[in-house]
Design a protein around this ligand. Sequence first.
Ligand code: FBP
Length: 260
Amino acid sequence: MMNLHNIGRNNTYMVLAYDQGFEHGPSDFNAKNVDPYYVFDIALHGKYTAIACQAGIAEKHWHDEYKDIPLLLKLNAKTSLQSGDPVSRQHTSVRRAQELGASAVGYTIYLGSDHQQTMFQEFGQIVEKAHEMGLTAVCWMYPRGSNIDEETSTENVAYGARVAHELGADIVKVKDNGDKGGMHWAVQNAAQTDLVVAGGHKTATSTFLRNVERARDFGAKGLAVGRNIWQSDKPLKLSAAVRKILFDDASAAEMIDIMS
Ligand code: FBP
């Protein structure tokens, strides 16, 4: 396999996710963070290793100095308006990602959904194309749907990590269930696929920083987070604290002191 683009630093990822406008709608936003440039500024000055967004946002906003932030382009999406077992179909090609200058492509799979086969097939083909073109393939793996009792049980998170690895993902993004041993099992199931964790809805800064520290300690290769950062009223200070935990082995306790 050819060398793939790197969307991390020192084998660690600190990705800023900004696809929530599609996935959740405007309810996640305020007057500041509704503006993609506000979030791109956080990604740039907060030294994120990549920005994850949809094609329209990339096409219109990822230019000039923002191109210094590697682009992770999402190729599928769904809104919060659909019902039934979740399915998210590909709407943008790997070719378009490459033409835009992306380093990586991303795709969400809802493990256990009645439509999982459709998503396996689309992601499998995306991996094949992405690797031909030297792009990194990232899988957002969320167990969800009528066959899933608990989306973040260790069993389901680890199962998702394994499926992402077997489909050929270079990086799998999962939700952290807070159980260090269980999440380490998920990392082991991901094998050579790097596992990163999502941030979830905005929590207290101290809780978030402790979650970052725990993720580092159970073997996650970093984060792909959104709301906890761009909904914060001190996004750059918080980003610096996250960076120190991930890259400099700082403790959450130290960083919580600095933040307060
Ligand atoms: P957050 O850190 O804001 O939770 O973002 C992570 C993410 O994976 C986004 O990329 C995505 O839009 C969102 O979560 C989807 O979450 P869900 O499907 O659970 O609502």
